[in-house]
Design a protein around this ligand. Structure first.
Ligand code: 9MG
Length: 283
C-alpha cells in the first residue's frame, strides 16, 4: 500500500519508517507562569530539545483538549499559537497546528504551518475551505461530543464500525473539496468520547482502518487515562506505559505516534527495529 504523506514543505514515505510527532502545548498552564514571553521562550527550548531527540513533526496546541477543558476564544488561541509558528518555522522540522478553528487554520497555513491536526475532523463550517488550497498535511480525528462533555457517557453500538464510517465520511468531504489523499492521515481519537473498552477495541483495529480507508493512521495515547487504567498510575507515572503504547500502536498498524516523551519513544523504536526488524515498522 502506498503510504506517502505530503506535509507542507516536507514529504514522507511512511512505508519506509514511522514518524514520531512531539506534543508542544502553548497553553498558559503548560509552562510556569511567566506570561506570554516566557511561555514562548520555554516552547522554543522544548522544541529544540525535541529536535535533538529525533522528533519528526512538532504538534503545537494553543487550546487544551483534555476532558472538561473550556474552549478558548479565537483571538486568544491565535495569540498563543502564531508566535510559536514564527519562532519555530525555520528549524527544519514540520510544524503541525492542533486546532479546530478555521481562522487559526488559515493564519497558521499562511505563516508556514505544514500540517493541521483537527480533533474535530474538519467539521466546523469553513474548516475544509481553510485548508483546501494549501499543501499542508491534515489529521482527521474522530471525537464523540466535545472536550467539555465527551467523557460523560460515551455510547456506541459498534465503536469500530462507527469510527470507520465517520472517518470515511470526513475523508470523502475533504476529497470532494479537491484535497489530495496524500495529504490526509486518519486518527481514531483515543480518549475522545470513549471508554477504556472502546479505546482497546479501536486500538486493536487500526490495521483494519488503514486497510479499509487506504490512509495512514495517527495514534495518540501518550499519558492518557487509558494508560492510567492499564497501569494503575497517575499521569506523572505514565512514561513507560506511554512508550509501550506507542510501540504497540505501530505494531497494530499506526504509522505516526503523537507523544510527549520524544527521546524515550525514539530510543524504544530504534531498539525494537534493530532487534525485531519490520515488527514495529510494519514492513
Ligand atoms: C490534540 N490531541 C490530543 N490527543 C490527540 C490524539 O490522540 N490525536 C490527535 N490527532 N490529536 C490529539
Amino acid at each position: 500500500m502506498r503510504q506517502y504523506l505530503q506535509c507542507g514543505r516536507f514529504g514522507y514515505d511512511l512505508a519506509r519508517r514511522p514518524l514520531v510527532m512531539g506534543i508542544l502545548n502553548v497553553t498558559p498552564d503548560s509552562f510556569s507562569d511567566g506570561g506570554r514571553y516566557q511561555t514562548l521562550e520555554f516552547a522554543v527550548e522544548r522544541a529544540e530539545r525535541m529536535i535533538r531527540d529525533g522528533v519528526d513533526i512538532i504538534d503545537i496546541g494553543g487550546e487544551s483538549t483534555r476532558p472538561g477543558s473550556p474552549a478558548v476564544p479565537v483571538h486568544e488561541e491565535l495569540a498563543r499559537v502564531m508566535p510559536a509558528i514564527y519562532a519555530l518555522r525555520e528549524l527544519g522540522v514540520p510544524l503541525s497546528i492542533d486546532t479546530c478553528k478555521p481562522e487559526v487554520m488559515r493564519e497558521a497555513v499562511i505563516a508556514g504551518a505544514d500540517m493541521i491536526n483537527d480533533i474535530n475532523g474538519f467539521r466546523a463550517p469553513g474548516a475544509i475551505e481553510a485548508v483546501a488550497d494549501a499543501d499542508c498535511g491534515l489529521c482527521v480525528m474522530h471525537m464523540q461530543g466535545t472536550p467539555q462533555d465527551m467523557q460523560a457517557s460515551p455510547q456506541y453500538d459498534d465503536v469500530v464500525d462507527e469510527v470507520i464510517a465517520f472517518l470515511r465520511e470526513r475523508v470523502a468531504a475533504l476529497a470532494a473539496a479537491g484535497i489530495a489523499r496524500e495529504r490526509i492521515t486518519i486518527d481514531p481519537g483515543f480518549g475522545f468520547g470513549k471508554t477504556v473498552e472502546h479505546n482497546v477495541a479501536l486500538f486493536r483495529n487500526m490495521e483494519r482502518m488503514r486497510r479499509e480507508l487506504g490512509l495512514p493512521v495517527l495514534a495518540g495515547v501518550s499519558r492518557k487515562s487509558m494508560i492510567g487504567a492499564l497501569t494503575g498510575r497517575s499521569v506523572e507515572g505514565r512514561l513507560a506505559g506511554s512508550v509501550g503504547g506507542a510501540l504497540a500502536a505501530l505494531a497494530q498498524g499506526a504509522r505516526i505516534v503523537r507523544v510527549h516523551d520524544v527521546a524515550e519513544t525514539v530510543d524504544a523504536l530504534k531498539v525494537w527495529e534493530a532487534l525485531a526488524p519490520g515488527v514495529a515498522t510494519n514492513t
